[in-house]
Design a protein around this ligand. Structure first.
Ligand code: SAH
Length: 238
């Protein structure tokens, strides 16, 4: 005589076999998707870790920039190309890296767009933040009082071609790109996470468009030679 559970299993098989093919495929698809989901306990972290790391990175950015802003603010601007588009994008970047993340961290207004923080995402976020902060610090130190938040030429402006400016012309923008990636990896929220990256990708071509001609007009052959021996953002590549 057949064991009762075997009998039950064969009954189940019969029922499954009688189901239409489409519903069986759908069932298998759901099973497959479910097996692709990260295991809750092993790979999903408390989002507070990502938020804390982001806050540390944001405060570090501010602390790095503050003394440079103060120092270069004392040097008069000779020529400024700040237009309305530039002001709009600076405002958008401020909203994307400060206002929205803070709202998502201190309130539940954006919690409808939350998702689980994956361990890998957290680790990538930490690596991007560390590299971004180092480059943010170095590029401010190398530019010195020639730095401006906007498109400005200061009095006695010097063309910097050493330090992190030796191989690429826009290390500060590269640092901001890395910090934008860090934000997207660390904040597990579909709005507050990737918006800075999006704002940066929109701002970058709009910045480079007028910045490089401005530098060429100001420094002439010296900048031309610098352009010829360097790349924009990624050493040896682009
Ligand atoms: N694009 C650069 C600098 C950003 S700060 C970077 O990403 O690292 C913007 C200001 O820096 C501009 O107003 C410009 O006047 C100044 N600047 C840009 N490149 C410079 C250089 N190589 N030397 C001196 N000043 C520079």
């Amino acid at each position: 005589m057949q064991a009762p559970e075997l009998h039950l299993n064969s009954n189940l098989r019969d029922v499954e076999a009688k189901k239409p093919l489409a519903s069986r495929i759908a069932f298998l698809f759901i099973l497959r998707c479910d097996s692709l989901q990260p295991k809750e306990s092993e790979e999903i972290m408390n989002p507070l870790f990502g938020k804390a790391a982001f806050i540390v990175s944001l405060i570090s950015m501010m602390l790095i920039r503050a003394p440079h802003g103060k120092r270069s603010g004392q040097v008069k601007i000779r020529e400024s190309r700040k237009g309305p588009l530039e002001i709009a994008f600076l405002a958008l970047m401020g909203i994307a890296t400060l206002v929205l993340p803070v709202i998502s961290i201190v309130s539940s207004l954006l919690s409808f767009a939350d998702y689980g923080l994956h361990v890998l995402s957290f680790l990538l976020g930490i690596v991007c933040a560390a590299m971004g902060l180092w480059l943010f610090y170095r590029s401010h130190a190398d530019l010195g009082t020639n730095w401006s938040i906007s498109l400005d030429i200061r009095q006695e402006h010097q063309l910097v071609t050493g330090g992190v400016y030796e191989r690429i012309r826009h290390p500060m923008y590269l640092s901001m790109f890395l910090l934008a990636l860090a934000q997207a990896f660390l904040l597990s929220n579909w709005i507050a996470g990737p918006l800075y990256l999006l704002a940066f990708l929109l701002m970058f071509p709009l910045r480079l468009g007028p910045e490089e001609p401005m530098m060429l007009e100001t420094f002439g052959d010296e900048y031309d030679a610098y352009v010829k021996r360097t790349k924009r953002l990624i050493p040896y590549v682009w």
